[in-house]
Design a protein. Structure first.
Length: 389
């Protein structure tokens, strides 16, 4: 029986159905999506790490209509395998090295406190705090001027809706328009940085375009947009999902309030318990045997990250939020060749955000029922109203 990934009941709480799917076997074919689904932790991890399974971009048809979307994705590291992936990832990896990112921690913490001071005692966690914090951090790293950042989140939100199942013509048109505008802006910013370099990632990418590791203009734009989209979509949705989960477990909230040494572990549990990224696909380059099931060349396998993160074979009492969970081998940042490049930065952002929220007042409550976004692949809320009475 296929899963209806657009069913409102499933979207509200997909984990019971995902648990049933996990119990059916390590790899199950879903006729609705035409994919094999890996819901267990071991199999999902194996899918993500198996080099016979890769990311091979195929243009969305009709190609002419979706040209802006296709061009951006065709030139992204996430949609390529070695050697192109190695070259593209290597050009930006140094900016996300542990030492460089760790130096950003004080600035990220200061920005989180500044935003909460402006927000006051009642605000929307996403619109007033998570989104501006995430955009500020990744835009600062890339070199997007402060006065030009207001369009980044709307562009990103429109683009990533293309990854959902059952998208509408309106969704597609908005995504194509956002890709065109976003790419035009990043190309113009790159031209400015080529003329007047600064200490930022776009300037760095421009400076190596004519070196031995050549980066084309289209690759530069695609790389910058991927970092902006991935860099703040995961942080925003991870914080929204995680804070709601923490508030639903008041004992765990009290626990981390009394022991701030648990903040890092709490962030990892937020990412595990209600993963902001639920599904990541791979395509078989050849016939591949996975757990006794043969996936033919060209077949798609979806690693269900949220399902894997609730697997009782890998996690003790997986449906319980445990602020101090250790070990916590969640797959929310992926695994293998395409492991999230921005994971160290996302962790710093989330730790700073959780710490700042705990410092903001002795009590934190939901001021209204949270409102979910109607999507599965990127799971998050549209609104989370908080109060600090």
């Amino acid at each position: 029986m296929p899963i209806d990934f657009a069913d409102p009941g499933f979207l509200a709480d997909p984990y019971p159905m995902l648990g049933t799917l996990r119990d059916r076997g390590p790899l199950v074919f879903d006729p609705g999506s035409g994919r094999w689904l890996a819901a267990g932790h071991a199999m999902a991890g194996a899918v993500l790490r198996d080099r016979r399974l890769g990311r091979f971009w195929r243009d969305v048809a009709p190609a002419g209509e979706f040209e802006p979307f296709n061009t951006l994705h065709r030139n992204q590291m996430m949609e390529n395998e070695p050697p192109d992936h190695t070259r593209l990832r290597g050009l930006v990896a140094t900016a996300f090295g542990r030492g460089h990112v760790e130096r950003l921690r004080p600035a990220v913490a200061a920005e989180a406190k500044r935003l909460l001071a402006l927000a006051g005692d009642g605000f929307d966690l996403l619109a007033d705090f998570a989104e501006p914090l995430a955009v500020s951090v990744i835009a600062e790293l890339l070199g997007v001027p402060a006065g030009e950042r207001d369009r980044l989140r709307p562009w990103s939100a429109a683009m990533v809706r293309m990854y959902e199942m059952g998208r509408t013509p309106q969704t597609e048109a908005a995504a194509v328009r956002a890709c065109r505008e976003f790419a035009g802006y990043m190309a113009e910013l790159a031209a400015r940085r080529a003329a007047e370099p600064r200490d930022d990632l776009v300037s760095h990418l421009v400076s190596v375009r004519d070196g031995s590791d050549r980066l084309s203009g289209e690759e530069l734009v695609a790389s910058a947009i991927l970092l902006l989209n991935a860099g703040h979509e995961a942080s925003v949705n991870g914080l929204g999902n995680g804070i709601v989960a923490l508030l639903e477990h008041p004992g765990e909230l009290a626990r981390v309030r009394s022991d701030r040494g648990l903040v890092a572990a709490t962030v990892e549990e937020m990412l595990r318990y209600d993963s902001p990224s639920q599904l990541f696909t791979r395509t078989a380059a050849v016939d591949v045997d996975l757990g006794g099931v043969t996936v033919p060349a060209g077949g798609e396998v979806a690693a269900l990250l949220g399902a894997a993160n609730r697997d009782p074979a890998a996690f003790h009492r997986p449906d319980r939020f445990d602020a101090g969970r250790d070990p916590n081998p969640h797959l929310s940042f992926g695994a293998g060749l395409h492991f999230c490049l921005g994971a160290p930065l996302a962790r710093i952002e989330l730790q700073a955000a959780v710490g700042a929220l705990l410092d903001h007042g002795p009590r934190m409550e939901l001021a209204a029922d949270p409102v979910r976004n109607p999507g599965f692949v990127l799971r998050g809320y549209a609104s989370v109203r908080l109060s600090f009475p």
